[in-house]
Design a binder for this molecule. Structure first.
Ligand code: CO
Length: 193
């Protein structure tokens, strides 16, 4: 398992709800947390490791030693957005080095299952609220580049072109499967879910 980068098709694939939380799902969550900490990220969504699962891992402090800040969310739902919106800088592990301002709701209420299969509800503000919105978007194939303001989008153009060229070159060399083969793999995983 590894973190895939834009424009990998898994990032645009709408993820499917998990029907059971079994040993495999727990193992995937553990591996995702490991990858997230290695990459020094605050959050990682399953589509970023090319799995079409509605699952997220986060650490609101971005610190592996602060386990109380760690959060696994299975089939998360954004219940409510409130307190207006706020612009803030965002990055994404699938776009290394690209930071731009994105406008998000200041406060969100979210609901999800944990790895024990218990449903929980959480009210998140500021950075955690931003993180939840960014990560839940991933499950619908929505990326922060879609939500940047007009100036941010222009500023990001060069970086996106570089990501695209690098990805297509890796596909030509056979280091990454073709888009069609990736879609086929995602469908196969969904059929086994
Ligand atoms: Co992201």
């Amino acid at each position: 398992m590894k973190i895939v980068q834009y424009p990998h098709p898994a990032l645009r694939h709408v993820a499917k709800p998990l029907k059971a939380i079994d040993a495999e799902v727990r193992q995937v969550a553990g591996k995702m947390l490991e990858l997230m900490y290695e990459a020094k990220g605050l959050g990682l969504a399953a589509p970023q490791v090319a799995l079409p699962y509605r699952m997220l891992v986060m650490n609101f402090a971005g610190d592996a030693d602060q386990k109380d800040q760690e959060c696994v969310a299975i089939n998360p739902v954004l219940v409510e957005k409130k307190d207006g919106t706020e612009e803030g800088s965002e990055g994404c592990l699938s776009f290394p080095g690209l930071y731009q301002k994105v406008r998000r709701a200041k406060t969100v209420v979210v609901r999800a299952y944990n790895l024990e299969g218990q449903l929980y509800e959480m009210t998140a503000k500021e950075l955690p609220a931003r993180l939840w919105q960014h990560e839940i978007d991933h499950l619908d194939g929505t990326l922060y580049i879609d939500k940047m303001g007009p100036l941010g989008k222009i500023a990001a153009r060069g970086a996106l072109r570089e990501f695209e060229q690098k990805f297509r070159k890796a596909q030509e060399k056979g280091e990454i499967p073709s888009d069609a083969d990736i879609e086929k793999m995602l469908k196969e995983i969904e059929e086994k879910m």
